[in-house]
Write a protein that binds this ligand. Sequence first.
Ligand code: SAH
Ligand code: F3S
Length: 481
Amino acid sequence: MEKIIDENTQGNTLTLEARPDNSRKLYIESYGCAMNFSDSEIVASILADQGYNTTNVLEEADLVLVNTCSIRDKAEQTVRKRLEKYNAVKRINPKMKVGVLGCMAERLKEKFLEEEKIVDLVVGPDAYKDIPNLLKEVEEGRDAVNVILSKEETYGDISPVRLGGNGITAYVSITRGCDNMCTFCVVPFTRGRERSRDPQSILNEINDLAEKGYKEITLLGQNVDSYLWYGGGLKKDFKNASEMQQATATDFAQLLNMAATAHPKMRIRFSTSNPQDMHEEVLHIVAKHDNICNHIHLPVQSGSTRILKEMNRQHTREEYMKLIDRIWEIIPDCSISQDMIIGFPTETEDDHQETLSLMEYVKYSFGYMYKYSERPGTMAARKFEDDIPEETKSRRLTEIVDLQQKHSALRTASFLGKTVTVLIEKESKKNKEEWSGRTEHNNVAVFPKSTYKAGDFVKVKITDCTTATLIGKAVGYSENN
Ligand code: SAH
Ligand code: F3S
């Protein structure tokens, strides 16, 4: 599939089924990572109880919310541009209120209100339950800000409304925040400490999705491998705290096992894995269950051990390569994808060559590649000057993207002549007569519709391909149905 070289600058507006009693209109737009899209579903759910139905017509909104991303400067600039657009609409409809959610809200806090006069409401990622109170403040003519980060909030008790989706695939968030402190990354500052959600509430959400006919879920976290939940037992049942922890802790491998066992027909994906925290047990669970997709998104960021150290990634190039070997020993056909940062401060030509040679070693199925963007307040920003010239960054990025294209083409072509299982998600954009779906390895596949329908698992014989898309013909239903 065609993979993104830079952030999601499209933005997605989200709408859900209208509740007849609701009279106010919410326009909610999301930028950045899957977690933001998932959070917007939580926010829409909270606001549905406050009388808001969603709309995708900006001009008719009473409340406009933008869920923002701070990961790179460009992501922030995109949001600023959207605020200009909202401003133009607000001139026509002065009663319209505008709120900023997510990572930019958390990073800039009250400053947002000074910098962007149009903003009435600033809400950080852990404060969404406070939105009803904040809206009251706004209605009474006050600006409202809540950017308090929490050590507990997981929104496990809120049943997200599924917005703008296809009714077939859904995200289920399992952890929030991140404790890893990669030196380039703003997430630990904007999303706070890592916390895991009660497995029971995760399983309930998956049950609910299964009942509604969903066919695929993606378990979401900044670092899914460090999922860990203590609890579930009563203190009096155990001799001491450590016995209780051992008896009741649930780690990611166990969670995955529970979800896959409870729903053998549900396709399960997970993202994102972090090399330093990935346990071998997880690989065995993936290998054991047919319904867990054989695809691991395993960001590496750089192929140079020296740069990895400066990034505070807790592994060397060699350790990462060993992990890759182990993945293929346990899950031989596993597809692996990457995130890469080009031009981290002090990156030399040799470091860059090491990244290219690591890519040659793995031959990733696809990847997301970015130029380093200095984020205020991060360790890298404090320690280093952003010293790689823009033209060098651009050149190195092109080299890395070109190599990835080559590997993607190779990986995609390896399916030629094979029959793969595809979950139909939607009509192909290019051809109304064709379905588009994904294989377990996360390749997009297109094929003539015939009598199949969206949500079906179909066996598709692959006859042709582009760099990123498989092209084929359905040869029957898969036993997954
Ligand atoms: N663990 C997270 C990573 C979030 S950030 C996850 O769930 O995906 C996504 C990617 O953005 C990172 O893997 C990294 O490649 C990139 N990124 C993060 N900070 C960056 C920065 N300052 N400049 C450029 N790219 C960055
Ligand atoms: Fe960021 Fe590293 Fe966590 S990239 S989200 S600090 S794993």
